[in-house]
Structures are given as C-alpha cells and as structure tokens.
Write a protein that binds this ligand. Structure first.
Ligand code: ACM
Ligand code: ZN
Length: 751
C-alpha cells in the first residue's frame, strides 16, 4: 500500500521518469529527491562498522576512477559521510539494500553482504561513467544525485555460463568476466569446464586428463567436431590449456567476494571425448574405430563398466573440494546412446538392473550421481535431458531445449533454471537473437501456478564457444544482450519497457568503452543498398535513437573509423563508389557495416534476347561462392527459371546465372535472395544482395534504384553439404508483393 501510494505521489513531488539516473538493472523503486547531490571529495568519510567486502570493492573503484582514498570514519561521526549499515534481520529482502543520497551524505542499509555489494554497484552507476577509470583529471566532479532507492532481485539465480572447452580463456580473463557479472548484478557463474574440445580442470588423481585431454591438435579457431584429436605425436598445431587448482581456488574466492557462486560443470555421461584420449578404458567396447588418429571412438562413458563409477566419484570428490557451490552441474545433454547399444557391458548392465532401454540406462546413471552428490551434501543440476527415463530425486533441471523441460520439472516439484535457446543462447548471432528479444524473457511461464512457479530459481544466458575463439569475441557476443538478461532476472516484471530500458543504455556503453570491452553495434539501416544512377545518387542512412556510437561513413571500401566523416544527412555522389556506413563508439570501436554501392548507368551492348537466363554449372568444394571468372564450367546452357535443376549432384557444386533485367520503370527494386548454402546477386555489376557463406536457408533482401531500361543481372550460388535450395524474388516499384524474378529476365539468345 505504502509503495503504491508513493508511486502515485511520485509525479507530484516533481521527479519525472526521464530525470532519474540511468541504473541498470532497474531498481525495484527509485525516486529523485529535492536537494543537491552528494559530492565525493578527498575529505569524504566512509563509515562501515562491519568492514564489508563491498566497501573494499567500492574504494578500489574510487581509487581507479578518481584517485581518491576515502577516510575510514567511526559510527556517529559527522555529516558528509558515506555510511553502510546492516539492516535489522528480516527488514530487507535477501540480496537487497536501500540507498538514500543527498547533499549531506549517503546512507546504505543492506540485508546481507550481497545487498551491500549491489548497493555499491548502484552507487557506481550513480557516479559519472568516468569512475570506470582510468584516473580522471583532478577537477572531475564525483556527484551522486539525491535519490531514494529500495532494491532487491526478482530471482535468486541470475546466471551466466561460459564454455571454456571449445575455446580456452585463461584465469585472469575469467576474473574479468566475473567483473562483468558483478556490474550486471548477476550471481551465478556456470563454468563449463568439460566438453569434447578439451578437459580444463587440473585433478591430482588423473593427471592425464590435463596433460593429454587439455590439448587438441588441428583446431585452433573455429570448430569441426569430426576433426578433434588428442594426439601428442601429431604435427598439427596444438591448442588448449587448463586451470590449475591454485587458479581455480583464486577464481572461486574472487567470485565469492562478489556474491557469485561458481557452479562447475563436469559433463557426463556424454561430451567427454578428451577423457578417452587419456583413459581409454572408460570408453564403451565394440565401437567403430575412430575417424582420425588420436581421436577417441566415442564421447560417452561406458556405464556398464564399474571403472567409470570409480572414476566419476574420484573426479567429483576433487571438484567438490575446489568448489563450495551447493550445486554441481553434471551436464547430461546430447548423449549419443548408440554407443551403449553396441556395447556388451552396457547391454549387460541394462539386463542386470532390469532397465527397459538406453534412456533408462542414462537415468540410472544420473540417479546414481544424484545419490552420490547428495551423500556429500551437494545438489545435482543438469540439462533437461536428465528428465528422460525418469528424473533423479534431488535434481535441479536447467531447461535449454525450450521451457517445456523446466515446466515438467517444476510441476513435479523440482527446482528449475530457465535457459532456453530462444532467449538465452548468446552464441547465436545478434541478428538472430536480438537484445530486444532477450528483453522479453520471463523465466516463469504462464503454465505454472503460483506454487509451481516458486521452483523457478531464475534464468541464465549461455555462451558456447565453438565459434568464439577470443575474449573480445566473448564480449561482442554478451554485450549488450547481457544487460537485457540482467534486467529480466533482477527487476520487477511490471512496468518493464524496452524503449525506457534503451534510454539507460548510453551510460552502460560509455562505461564499457572505458572498461575496454567489445560490444555489438548493429549495422546502420540504409535507404537503398545500390543505385544505378542517371545524374547522381542520393546516399542515405538511418540514425538510430539509442546507438552507442556516431554514424560514420567511408568511401574507400574499408570500415569507417573514428577519423571517418560523421553522417548527418543524405548526400549526393556523381561517380561510382562504395559507401560503407557503421556506428563508431566513443572508444573507436566500429560496429557492423552496411554498404551502399553506386555507379553511373552505362550504355551496354544488348544482344538478341530471349526470355530466361544463361546458366553455368561447376563442381568443387567451396565455403563461399567461387570466382567464376577463374573456373571452367562442367556444362552451360539456358533456363527459363532460376533453380538448381541443372545440377549433376547434390553436394559440392556451384551455379552461375546471368542475363538482362528489364526495368519497366525507374525506382527502387527490392530483391529477396534465399539460399542454402551461399549466394549473391548483382544488378548492373553492383552487389544488391550478399548472402554468401555456409548456412541454412536464410532469405536476405536488398534494394537497388534503377533507371528504366535493360540492365545486366547475375546471381552466384554454391552448395557445400546437406540440404540445398535457391530462390529469387523481386518487388518492382509501386507494388507491394514480391514476384518471381524470371518474368523480367532475358538471356543472350545466341549463347
Ligand atoms: C546444450 O546446449 N547442449 C546444453
Ligand atoms: Zn559401454
């Protein structure tokens, strides 16, 4: 009642939404107060009777940003102080705090050490971005506006995952990653330490797990599961690394100081290929030989072999000694059960235990591990496949293949963390999983009633690193999407608004600039991708309201930099050019680019025409559309429609289509090119759509301004493996429906 009354009064006391400082994730409640800000100076006193870790972190931040060392003061001492006080037990929510600032000081009441830390993180965002360092000039002002804040998280599990197996990121970087989590008030780090790409945790009992299993040969960036090998005799480039026990203890301590629980993931029974390079006894029997030298035949433990259980117990014992986390993540996902089908030991186990099939064998194994962990006072958490064949008694489910697994588990009374691919897979491209979409995430689905919903501990974003070889790429994939994830897990659901959220982002981007973090900036939208002009071309791009950078352009074909001209309004060009647009951040980072190419229309010799395309067919193994000028076609001919009908085989081929496009009127033509794998489209020698590379069927549109007349048209296509398709539509000026392009295309009748 009191809080809703305050909400009603809020506009009357004169603080409109837009004047509130940009805090992210958004606090439960925040009000601007009358009166001036509090100014932190060299003389400011810090009063913290409990000597919290949080104020130590706060002081380190102040020294980094301002160079100020706060004076420690005593309780009851004068005004002009920053006071941290523990709230009476039960008066604040867990991890919660209240903060009141004004010209005479700042008072923080905190529920627990986590609450004190999150008050510090809020204080950080109340201060100007320069607080992120490096040291600002002597005369910078460290003002904290007058506000009252009440705050606590919506969920107790606010997780970020990092796969360090497919690519390895050293311990100092893990601490930096933890700093980002702290910045976003997240409190679980899910450390994916074991997978087919390498074993990353040092264990005393099994030294070969890291001496052999942490080092692969041949794949140093990018990913190809079929080429994995752990063969020290290999002459291929070596890649890998692991964390020593000392490093792990150090990371766990650093995390604990920041209220972060490190949940280690030790994958089992699948995703364990490196284990078998080191300890081949643990693999199933009767397997097909490996495809590569140094590559184990499988990636699943033999569950019919008692040695597996001894091994797993010993591994978990050392893991539990390193990680105080109440939860131990045991993976459980994507187990290829064909290995168990073929293995006499696994089949004997199924019989002996009276199990129906391999699904029940998986469930038998997970139950066993659940008992084992429970006997040591820990809880098992696993991916939602652990539901198959029956869920172990104490298990917590991490729902990734959508939310249905999480719903089923919560209804059965199990705790759940929601981490569905639809909202939480930050390895997906920014174009396919946008920040705006992440912002719609709600870990509690409507299918759960109030009681069941209590089992939803929260949510988590995952960062699988098959295609993320560097730390800057990690940051590019998590920022800015982590900000949306953070707010969905921390802030109340009511009143959430993406537009308002975006108004708080510039402050975050500026802080990321100062922290040296990479982040994704979308390609600017352009009015047309290409122009075949008569006198001059009008080049136009769209300013975004909440872009982290300045819209800049270049004319040399290279991505714009901080030195490139800023785009302010449409401009004209009367010569052939490729204009590249991008947002460039204050720190000089260049975002995704968008190109506009233009050229003056030339009179082209037009041969005798007949409806349709000239086509040419090529064979070879490519990952991009090949340069057709350097190749000899296997065959060539004519076709009345653009299609792959002229191929001789279903894989490893390319096709080139050429002809003349008849523009019946001048204006903007919109082409949509869909292909699996890659393709491109050129009209009048200008690239209109670039849909190249290995990918699934994904239509891509592009526009070109054309004068009335006959223009050259060309499409290139290649197919690697798997499914294949090609389609091309056009929407002509003044119409709203795409048509097949074929009725506008003519070929050289003499070819
Ligand atoms: C998963 O993405 N395989 C959990
Ligand atoms: Zn087996």
């Amino acid at each position: 009642m009191l809080s809703s009354l305050l909400l009603v009064l809020h506009p009357i006391i004169g603080a409109s939404q837009t004047t509130l400082p940009p805090i992210l994730p958004k606090p439960v409640s925040m009000h601007a107060e009358f009166g001036g800000p509090f100014e932190i100076t060299r003389d400011t006193v810090l009063i913290d009777p409990e000597n919290t870790e949080a104020t130590r972190i706060f002081q380190a931040m102040l020294i980094k940003g301002s160079g100020f060392q706060l004076h420690k003061g005593k309780q009851g001492s004068s005004a002009g102080a920053i006071r941290f006080e523990k709230a009476p037990t039960g008066s604040l929510h867990a991890e919660g705090y209240s903060l009141k600032s004004g010209s005479d000081g700042i008072t923080v009441l905190y529920a627990d050490s986590a609450g004190a830390l999150y008050a510090v993180e809020t204080l950080r965002q109340l201060l100007p971005p320069a607080i992120e360092g490096p040291k600002a000039s002597q005369d910078a002002h460290w003002s904290v506006p007058a506000v009252t804040i009440e705050d606590y998280p919506r969920f107790p599990w606010r997780g970020m995952h990092l796969d360090v197996s497919r690519h390895f990121f050293p311990a100092p970087y893990i601490k930096k990653y933890l700093d980002y989590l702290t910045f976003m008030k997240m409190n679980v780090f899910h450390w994916h330490l074991v997978d087919d790409g390498g074993w990353r945790i040092q264990l005393d009992k099994y030294p070969k797990l890291t001496s052999m299993g942490a080092w692969r040969y041949g794949i140093t960036s990018g990913w190809d599961q079929s080429k994995l090998r752990f063969d020290p005799a290999s002459k291929l480039p070596k890649y890998g690394g692991y964390y020593t026990k000392k490093e792990i203890r150090d990371v766990v301590k650093y995390a604990a100081e920041r209220n972060i629980t490190v949940v280690p993931e030790i994958e089992m029974p699948g995703h364990t290929m490196p284990v078998f390079a080191a300890y081949p006894d643990l693999e199933c029997q009767n397997q097909k030989p490996a495809a590569q030298p140094g590559q184990p035949a499988s990636n699943v433990y033999c569950v019919g072999n008692e040695k597996t259980f001894d091994f797993v117990h010993n591994v978990l014992d050392e893991v539990m000694e390193l990680f105080p986390s109440p939860w131990i993540h045991i993976g459980g996902d994507e187990v290829d059960k064909s290995y168990w089908k073929a293995c006499p030991l696994c089949q004997a186990k199924i019989k002996a235990e009276g199990l129906k099939n391999e699904e029940e064998l998986q469930s038998f194994f997970i139950r066993h591990i659940d008992h084992y962990l429970a006997s040591k006072g820990r809880r098992l958490i696993g991916w939602d496949e652990i539901l198959e064949g029956g869920l172990a008694k104490g298990a917590t489910v991490m729902s990734w293949r959508g939310i249905d697994g999480g719903i089923a588990a919560a209804k059965a009374g199990h705790d759940v963390v929601m981490s569905p691919t639809s909202h939480s897979y930050f390895d997906y491209s920014n174009a396919s999983l946008t920040t705006e979409h992440v912002y719609t995430f709600d870990p509690v689905p409507p299918a759960l009633n109030e009681e069941e919903a209590k089992h939803v501990l929260g949510g988590q974003a995952n960062v699988w690193t098959e295609w993320i070889p560097t730390t800057s790429r990690v940051e590019f994939m998590i920022f800015p999407r982590i900000t949306a994830m953070s707010e969905t897990l921390w802030s109340p659901k009511a009143g959430r608004n993406y537009e308002e959220f975006m108004t708080r982002m510039p402050s975050i981007f500026e802080r990321l600039d100062r922290l040296g973090a990479s982040y994704y900036m979308p390609a600017p939208r352009v009015e047309t991708n290409a122009l075949l002009f008569k006198d001059s071309a009008k080049i136009a791009a769209v300013q975004e309201r909440w872009s982290p950078g300045t819209l800049r352009y270049s004319l040399d074909g290279k991505a714009p930099t901080a030195q490139s001209p800023a785009y302010t309004s449409p401009f004209s060009l009367n010569h052939a050019a490729t204009v590249t647009f991008a947002f460039v951040s204050k720190a000089g980072q260049t975002g995704e680019t968008a190109q506009v190419s233009c050229a003056p229309q030339r009179t082209i010799p037009v041969p005798t025409l007949a409806p349709g395309w000239n086509s040419a067919y090529f064979e070879g193994n490519w990952s991009n559309v090949p340069d057709f000028s350097k190749l000899t076609p296997i065959k060539s001919g004519a076709t009345d429609h653009i299609s792959l009908d002229g191929r001789n085989r279903d894989e490893n081929f390319a096709m080139h289509f050429s002809g003349y496009f008849k523009a019946e009127q001048e204006g903007v033509y919109r082409f949509t090119l869909g292909s699996d794998d890659g393709s491109w489209l050129k009209v009048g020698d200008l690239t209109v759509v670039d849909n190249d590379g290995l990918h699934s069927p994904s239509p891509k549109a592009g526009t070109i301004w054309l004068p009335k007349g006959i223009h050259k048209i060309e499409a290139g296509y290649f197919q690697g493996g798997g499914a294949f398709s090609l389609s091309l539509n056009v929407q002509v000026p003044g119409t709203s429906t795409p048509m097949s392009v074929d009725s506008y295309v003519y070929r050289n009748a003499n070819k």
